[in-house]
Design a protein around this ligand. Structure first.
Ligand code: NAI
Length: 730
C-alpha cells in the first residue's frame, strides 16, 4: 500500500505538535467511510500513545485537499442500513471514535479549509478548537435533515452546547452551510485566518495552546458578545426562553414541511430532551433517533433521491477531460433565460458573452445578472469583491464578438422555429469548428432545428428551467444526429453550473413538460366540471406539490402554458387535447402573474387571492361541485404516472430514475415521496392500474392505461424494477 493511501494519517511534527491528515487518494473529497473511521480510531490511539510518552503537546486535524476539509459521511453506507437497531448502532460507532478524539488530554484543533459538511463538522465539533480559512470555499454545515436524518455523530448534542440553542437550530434545521465569517460570528469557529496564512497561523495557534500562551478560554465564553442583549440572554439562557425558541422552531418547521418530514421535528425533540444532561446521554438520544429516522419512508425516499442525483451528476461526463471542459460560453438572446444562464455561468467562473439584436435587451440581461449577484451579496452568499469579479466575467453586445472563442454556445432567443433556425445557422458559422451549439427551446423539435446546420452532430438541446439560478434541472436533449461527445459536453457543463442533467430524446415536451402537461390539462378538465380552483390547488399542495396546478399556470404564463398545451395536443391527439376552459382562458388575454391577472390576482408580483371573475372568462359559472382532495390527487397524479409510462415506452428517457429526478428537480414533485414513479411503485403498480381503469371508465380516453402500465400492473412489477439503471446514461 502506498504511504499516502493510509487515510487519515497521524504523525508528530516539530515541537510536539502532531497532526491527523485526511487525504483520500481515490477521491476528490474526503469522505468518512467505515474504513476511514476505523483508521481515524487507530490514529487517535496513536495520538493517545504519544501523549502517554510525553511527545505530543497539541494536535491538528486537517485535510490534504486544497479546497475541502471533509464532505461528510458515506451516504451510500447510510442508505444501506434498513434496520433501526443497526442504524442506532452505526451512529454509536461513529460517536465512539469522535468521543475518543474529544477526550484526548492535549488541545485539539480542527483546521477547516473548504467544504466541511455533516460528519466533517461533527469531527470538528469533537475537537477543542476550530480554526477556518477565510474565503468563499469554506463552508461549514450539517445538511443531514435534507436527507431525512439528523446529525448523529455528536452534532445535535455538541453544537447547541457550543453555540447556543438558536444558532444551532438555525444550522441544523435548515441544513444550510455557514461561511467562515458566519461560523465565527456564532462561535462555531474560534479563529478565521487569511487563506495564504492558514497553515502557518494554525500551527502558531496550536503551539500557543501547547505552550499555554494562547488565551485559554473556551469558545462558549469568547463567543458571548460583550453587551449581550437581554432578549438573547432570555432566549438562549433561561428555561422559559429556550422553551419558547423550541416552540417557535416547531411551528416554523410544521408550516414549512406540513409535518411530512420527520427529521427536523425529531431534531427538536432530541435537543429538548438532551438539555441539561451529559454529552453521553445526548449522544444516546441522537443514536436512537437516527435509527428511528433511518427506517422512515421520508428518509428512505430522500436517500433514494440523493443516490439518483449523485449518479446523474457523476455520469460519464464527470471525468471532465479537456474535451468536455467549456472554458468560455456564449449565449444568444439576452432575455429572461439568456440573462439567467449568463449570470449562472459567471457565478461558476466561466467567462460569458451575451448577444442580442436589441441594445436594451443586452442591457436588460446585464442588469438581470447584476441583480442576481447583488442578491447573493445581500444573502451573504458572496462578498461584494467576489461578486464584482464574477460580474466582470459577463459581457454583451449586438455582434458575434467572443462567439468564436466559446467552447459552447447556448441559443435562447424567442420561441419561434423560423427565428431560431436562422439564428442557429448564423451562429454556427461564427463558432469554432469543434465547439458545441445548444438550444434552450422548451417546445420545438431539436431535430427540426438541426435541419439546416452543417454540424448537427455538435448540436443538442440544453433545456434550463425558469428561474435559471434556482431550478436544479437541465434536460440534455439528444437529437437523432447528436454525437455522444456533444451530450457529454452539455451534461458536463450542466454539472459545472451546479445542475442535475437528465438526458432525454427529442420529442414534444421532452420529459418534464410532457408529463406536467398531462397534469395541467387534467386540472383544466376539472374546471369544466364546476370544481373550485382554489380547492383543487389546495388538494395538490396537500399532496406535497409546491403549488397547485392553476397557480403554476399563472407562474408559467397563461400564454406560454397554452402554447405548450397546444403543441402537446397536436403531437398526442385526443388524450392531450387542450381542455376547453384553458383554451378560453388563453383567449381572454390574461397572462398570469407577469400580467397581474390569471386565476389569481397579483399586485407587485404578490398573489392577492383567486379572482372570482376568472370562471366567467372561461365561459363557466361559479364553481358548484364539492372537491374531494383524494379525487383530485388521484386524477392529477395518475395522469402523470400514465404519461410517464408512455415516456418510457417511447424511449424518451432510459430509466425510471430519470423520470423521478426530472419530476422532482424540474417540478418540485415532493421529495419525501421519492419521485413520481417511486410513488407509483410504493402504491404498487397493480393498484395504479386498477385506479387508472376506474378513471378510464369515468372520463374516457385520456385515462386509458398505456401498454406499459397495463403490463407492469398485471404482473405487479415495479417501474424501477422494469427500468432500472443509473439516471446518467447518455
Ligand atoms: P425572452 O423573450 O425573455 O428573450 C428572448 C430574447 O431573444 C430577447 O431579448 C430578444 O431580443 C432576443 N432575440 C430575438 N431574436 C434574436 C436574434 N435573431 N438574435 C439574438 N437575439 C434575439 O424569452 P425567454 O423567456 O428568455 O425565452 C428564450 C428561450 O428559452 C425560448 O426558446 C423559450 O422557449 C426558452 N425557455 C423559456 C423558459 C421560460 O420560462 N421563460 C423556460 C425554459 C426555456
Amino acid at each position: 500500500m502506498a504511504a499516502s493511501a493510509v487515510n487519515p494519517r497521524f504523525r508528530i511534527e516539530a515541537e510536539g505538535i502532531g497532526q491527523i491528515v485526511f487525504d483520500d487518494p481515490s477521491r476528490s473529497q474526503n469522505v468518512l467511510t467505515a474504513e476511514v473511521m476505523r483508521r481515524l480510531d487507530a490514529a487517535v490511539a496513536e495520538a493517545e500513545n504519544a501523549v502517554a510518552r510525553g511527545v505530543l503537546r497539541a494536535l491538528l486535524v486537517k485535510s490534504g485537499k486544497p479546497r475541502s476539509f471533509i464532505a461528510g459521511a458515506d451516504i451510500e453506507a447510510i442508505a444501506a442500513v434498513t434496520d433501526a437497531r443497526a442504524g442506532a448502532q452505526a451512529a454509536r460507532t461513529g460517536q465512539a471514535v469522535f468521543s475518543r478524539l474529544a477526550a484526548l488530554p492535549v488541545p485539539t484543533v480542527a483546521m477547516v479549509r473548504g467544504v466541511c459538511l455533516g460528519g466533517g463538522t461533527e469531527l470538528a465539533l469533537a475537537c477543542d478548537w476550530r480554526v477556518a480559512a477565510d474565503g468563499d470555499d469554506t463552508r461549514l454545515g450539517l445538511p443531514e435533515v435534507q436527507l431525512g436524518i439528523l446529525p448523529a455523530w455528536g452534532g445535535t448534542t455538541r453544537l447547541p452546547r457550543l453555540v447556543g440553542l438558536r444558532a444551532a437550530l438555525g444550522l441544523v434545521l435548515s441544513g444550510k452551510p455557514a461561511s467562515a465569517s458566519k461560523a465565527a460570528r456564532i462561535g462555531l469557529v474560534d479563529q478565521v485566518f487569511p487563506l495564504e496564512q492558514f497553515e502557518y497561523r494554525s500551527w502558531a495557534f496550536a503551539r500557543e495552546l501547547a505552550d499555554g500562551t494562547a488565551p485559554r478560554r473556551r469558545t462558549r465564553r469568547r463567543r458571548t458578545p460583550r453587551r449581550r442583549s437581554l432578549l438573547a440572554w432570555f432566549l438562549d439562557g433561561t428555561p422559559p426562553g429556550r422553551a419558547m425558541v423550541l416552540r417557535t422552531a416547531r411551528k416554523q418547521v410544521l408550516k414549512r414541511t406540513g409535518g411530512r418530514y420527520p427529521a427536523p421535528l425529531i431534531v427538536l425533540d432530541v435537543v429538548r430532551r438532551s438539555r441539561g444532561r451529559s454529552v453521553a446521554a445526548g449522544l444516546e438520544l441522537e443514536a436512537r433517533a437516527a435509527g428511528e429516522l433511518l427506517v422512515s419512508s421520508a428518509c428512505r425516499n430522500l436517500l433514494f433521491l440523493f443516490g439518483l442525483r449523485e449518479r446523474a451528476r457523476k455520469g460519464p461526463w464527470a471525468k471532465g477531460g479537456d474535451a468536455t471542459c467549456v472554458k468560455r460560453l456564449a449565449v444568444i438572446g439576452a432575455g429572461v433565460m439568456g440573462g439567467g444562464i449568463a449570470q449562472l455561468a459567471a457565478y461558476r467562473d466561466i467567462p460569458t458573452r451575451m448577444k442580442d439584436i436589441r441594445h436594451e435587451a443586452v442591457l436588460g440581461g446585464l442588469a438581470h445578472a447584476r441583480s442576481l449577484f447583488d442578491g447573493a451579496v445581500k444573502r451573504r452568499k458572496l462578498r461584494r469583491r467576489e461578486a464584482e469579479r464574477k460580474m466582470a466575467l459577463v459581457s454583451g453586445g449586438l455582434d458575434y464578438a467572443g462567439v468564436g472563442q466559446a467552447g459552447l454556445v447556448v441559443e435562447a432567443v424567442v420561441e419561434r422555429a423560423d427565428v431560431k433556425q436562422a439564428v442557429l445557422v448564423e451562429t454556427e458559422a461564427e463558432m469554432a469548428a469543434d465547439a458545441v451549439l445548444a438550444t434552450n427551446t422548451s417546445s420545438l423539435s431539436v431535430d427540426r432545428l438541426a435541419g439546416a446546420l452543417s454540424r448537427p452532430e455538435q448540436f443538442a438541446g440544453m433545456h434550463f428551467f425558469n428561474p435559471v439560478h434556482r431550478m436544479p434541472l437541465v434536460e440534455v436533449v439528444r437529437g437523432k444526429s447528436t454525437h455522444p461527445d456533444t451530450v457529454e459536453t452539455v451534461a458536463a457543463l450542466a454539472v459545472r453550473l451546479g445542475k442535475v442533467p437528465v438526458v432525454t430524446r427529442d420529442g414534444p415536451g421532452f420529459l418534464v413538460n410532457r408529463i406536467l402537461g398531462a397534469c395541467l390539462n387534467e386540472a383544466g378538465h376539472m374546471l369544466a366540471e364546476g370544481m373550485d380552483a382554489q380547492a383543487v390547488d389546495r388538494a395538490w399542495t396537500g399532496f406535497g406539490m409546491p403549488m397547485g396546478p392553476y397557480r403554476l399556470i399563472d407562474e408559467v404564463g397563461i400564454d406560454v402554458a397554452a402554447h405548450a398545451g397546444a403543441t402537446l395536443g397536436q403531437a398526442f391527439g385526443e388524450r392531450m387535447a387542450p381542455a376547453s376552459a384553458l383554451v378560453s382562458l388563453a383567449k381572454s388575454g390574461r397572462l398570469g402573474r407577469k400580467g397581474g391577472r390569471g386565476f389569481y390576482l397579483y399586485k407587485n408580483g404578490k398573489q392577492q387571492g383567486l379572482d372570482p371573475d376568472v370562471y366567467g372568462e372561461m365561459g363557466l359559472g361559479a364553481p358548484r361541485s364539492g372537491v374531494r382532495a383524494n379525487d383530485v390527487v388521484e386524477r392529477l397524479g395518475l395522469a402523470m404516472v400514465n404519461e410517464a409510462g408512455r415516456v418510457l415506452e417511447d424511449g424518451v428517457v432510459a430509466s425510471a430514475a430519470d423520470v423521478d429526478l426530472g419530476m422532482v428537480m424540474g417540478t418540485g414533485f415532493p421529495p419525501f415521496r421519492g419521485g413520481l414513479l417511486k410513488y407509483a411503485d410504493d402504491r404498487g403498480t397493480r393498484d395504479v392500474l386498477a385506479s387508472l381503469k376506474a378513471l378510464h371508465e369515468r372520463f374516457g380516453a385520456r385515462f386509458e392505461p398505456c401498454d406499459l402500465v397495463a403490463e407492469l400492473g398485471e404482473s405487479g412489477t415495479a417501474f424501477h424494477r422494469a427500468f432500472p439503471g443509473a439516471a446518467a446514461k447518455a
